[in-house]
Ligand binder design. Structure first.
Ligand SMILES: [Ca+2]
Length: 262
């Protein structure tokens, strides 16, 4: 390679580096997928923990000078989206208008395609990241139920009623023997996830209760995904109104579905 060609090659490398810095991932990117033990899974990698934290950076659709984020950020997992809260980026290498996000994701046994998208204030998708594909090297579950909601700061609860009158919910996470509710999210978005590796035969009913608005005055779009035997989840949606938040009063419960394990 002659001098001129070397110069061209160097210039191209510098240009590519500059593009990567000024327009990270086309306005949205995933930087890390991390298990609760701290193990980091990169694209094409294997995850051995069911709950993974997805973190990265997005551009604010409102521009570099905006002090609030003008839109919404969603982690997309195997085609299903889950909202997360962006925060102003305070890292030293942040670009103007760049915000950070982090959110928990419940992965499946087998392949998981994970990306992040940004919608502007009108609900139009303006940025999307490349897709991380992660292999979940975790035990297959007979039952996986995941609750998410699209308002920030409020408390919605997943309730699972199993055979023999057993009940798993936030204050009795192991209330169905052999099953587990992972956590009680009390300040927005979820997920709250119930899993059962070897489900006791019988009928199961999934309900959702709006516990507390914590001051949120808007309606609450809620989604529940039910996956049996690690199959494609069935997605159920519902909207709670603010007046339906009533702590542990079951009168406004949304009965999502009933299924039977044979
Ligand atoms: Ca909750």
């Amino acid at each position: 390679m002659g001098l001129t060609e070397t110069g061209v090659a160097l210039t191209m490398v510098l240009l590519l580096t500059s593009c990567a810095l000024f327009n990270p991932g086309g306005g949205a990117r995933i930087d890390s997928i991390t298990g609760r033990s701290g193990a980091v899974t990169m694209s094409g990698g294997t995850a051995t923990e069911r709950v993974q934290t997805v973190g990265g950076r997005v551009m604010n659709p409102s521009g570099a000078d905006a002090s609030t984020f003008g839109g919404k950020v969603f982690i997309v997992h195997n085609g299903n989206r889950q909202q997360v809260t962006p925060a102003p980026c305070t890292l030293s290498d942040c670009q103007p208008g760049e915000w950070v996000f982090s959110g928990d994701l419940v992965i499946n046994s087998g392949n998981n395609d994970i990306s992040v998208i940004v919608e502007d204030e009108n609900g139009n998708q303006v940025y999307s990241s490349s897709t991380f594909t992660v292999y979940g090297d975790i035990p297959a579950r007979d039952i996986t139920v995941t609750l998410t909601w699209e308002t920030n700061g409020n408390d919605v609860d997943l309730h699972i009623y199993g055979p023999d009158g057993k009940h798993a919910y936030y204050s009795s996470k192991l209330g169905i023997p052999g099953g587990q509710l992972d956590l009680d999210d009390t300040d927005g978005f979820g997920p709250e996830t119930f899993t059962m590796e070897e489900a006791t035969p019988g009928a199961y009913t999934v309900k959702v209760r709006y516990y507390s608005t914590h001051g949120v005055s808007s309606n609450v779009p809620v989604a529940v995904r039910v996956s049996l035997n690690e199959g494609t989840p069935t997605v159920y949606t519902h909207t709670f109104t603010p007046d339906q938040a009533n702590y542990d009063d079951p009168s406004n419960d949304w009965t999502v579905t009933t299924f039977t394990i044979s």
